[in-house]
Design a protein around this ligand. Structure first.
Ligand code: SF4
Length: 90
């Protein structure tokens, strides 16, 4: 159980817009956008361990950013808001 509250809908919208901008920038620069299965699983293992105290298993979201982790973790451009895993640079 997690007592933390997710961000307000306006902040979630800003977070999604930021992610879309980073994906667009990465795409335009010819970089890889999608994480490999291994990269995705590495991130997911960290989130599911709840070392951050911010993982919500019932809907697979992060309470810090409010993101759906199935999507967030699949994008190379994204990073953990608390620094537990990084974006993927090549
Ligand atoms: S993205 Fe970071 S803060 Fe959010 S659930 Fe995963 S490890 Fe925790």
């Amino acid at each position: 159980m997690n007592d933390k509250k997710p961000p307000a809908i306006t902040q979630k919208g800003k977070n999604v817009a930021g992610a879309m901008f980073r994906v667009a920038k990465q795409t335009l620069s010819g970089g890889r956008v999608l994480a490999t299965d291994g990269e995705f699983q590495f991130r997911m293992t960290l989130c599911k361990s709840n070392v951050c105290g911010s993982f919500i298993e019932s809907n697979m979201t992060c309470v810090v950013c409010g993101c759906f982790l199935d999507y967030k973790l699949s994008l190379t451009t994204e990073e953990c808001p608390l620094g537990f895993w990084a974006s993927i640079k090549e």
